[in-house]
Design a protein around this ligand. Structure first.
Ligand SMILES: [Zn+2]
Length: 259
């Protein structure tokens, strides 16, 4: 295993990390963290054009290309879109990755994100981190338990609102203004999603939409900044030995807490 500290970002679909977490992840990379991006879903439903095998291949290639922009390793999806369930086998497979990488910082979706794949990804990631040190919980494939502190942060829901259109207010803001171009370059790698998102979800242009989401978050920060990402930290027992907030400690002046 690497000597470096590891930061892992987990999205439901290829491009989710790029929308909501990639700026912070890139900054952690600059701070010396080894970076990993993992999507639980393979992106097979994100198309009106390609068949299953073709879109899975395209989206895996796009995921690898986007990760490469920030020197991250991309881990391809395990299951089909809309089939991300909180079930035993998927939890064992997500646990495998958490044990294999032993991340100190884990970024993932909001528990009250706008659709079930995102919500279930959030649940799977929290449980996999919680179970990382349980010797009698078997990962798939099997790996020994790990005991590192594991700090889980939930990014804001897509569009900063939950499924009932309630604004979600983060507890931690990360000023990603210096990384907005990097984030856009990563999202641009997901070229298959441009037309799909334009037509299916009314995203005028996904690049513009991403900037608008980050600008809204920046405006909500106690000391407003041009572009921000927002997070809430999962703090229950079993994740870290002590209460801590390594993102604030590592990124320092680029972070703000809700007042
Ligand atoms: Zn998604």
């Amino acid at each position: 295993m690497s000597e470096k500290k590891v930061a892992l970002a987990v999205g439901a679909h290829p491009d989710d990390v790029e929308f909501m977490m990639a700026g912070t992840l890139a900054m952690l990379g600059d701070a010396g963290y080894e970076l990993h991006i993992f999507t639980v879903g393979n992106g097979n439903c994100g198309t009106a054009v390609y068949d299953h095998n073709e879109i899975c291949r395209i989206r895996a290639e796009e995921g690898h290309a986007a990760a490469k922009v920030i020197g991250a390793t991309y881990h391809e999806g395990l299951v089909n879109d809309i089939e991300i369930f909180y079930d035993e086998l998927t939890l064992r497979r997500v646990t495998y990755l958490v044990r294999a990488l032993a991340p100190e910082i884990v970024l993932t979706h909001s528990p009250n994100d706008y659709m079930e794949d995102h919500q279930n990804t959030s649940r799977l990631v929290v449980s996999a981190c919680f179970c990382r040190g349980m010797r009698n919980w078997l990962s798939s494939p099997p790996l020994p338990p790990t005991f590192q502190d594991c700090y889980v942060y939930h990014c804001n829901p897509h569009g900063n609102h939950d499924g009932m259109r309630n604004l979600v207010v983060p507890s931690l803001y990360v000023d990603i203004t210096t990384k907005i171009e990097t984030k856009e370059n990563m999202l641009r790698c997901h070229a298959s999603q441009k037309e799909w998102l334009d037509t299916s979800q009314g995203m005028d242009s996904y690049l513009i939409t991403m900037r608008e989401i980050c600008a809204q978050m920046g405006a909500m920060a106690p000391q407003p900044v041009p572009f921000a990402e927002g997070f809430r930290q999962h703090m229950h027992a079993g994740l870290s030995a002590q209460d801590g907030d390594p993102i604030s400690e590592v990124l320092g002046a680029a972070t703000q807490k809700k007042v």
